[in-house]
Design a protein. Structure first.
Length: 53
């Protein structure tokens, strides 16, 4: 399963496919639903930082 880490764009309320609100950062399955939200600007990708050596 391929996942992405996202959060709502500023001043946006985003619903998950089950109807609940996406609040804060979350890791979700990469799907056409979330790719459309990204393309529309409703959510933004959260960059994951690699651990220090």
């Amino acid at each position: 399963m391929d996942t992405i880490k996202i959060k709502p764009a500023p001043d946006r309320r985003v619903r998950r496919p089950d109807g609940s609100l996406l609040e804060g950062e979350d890791t979700v399955e990469r799907s056409s639903y979330w790719m459309r939200r990204l393309q529309d600007g409703d959510v933004v990708l959260v960059e994951t930082k690699k651990g220090a050596k």
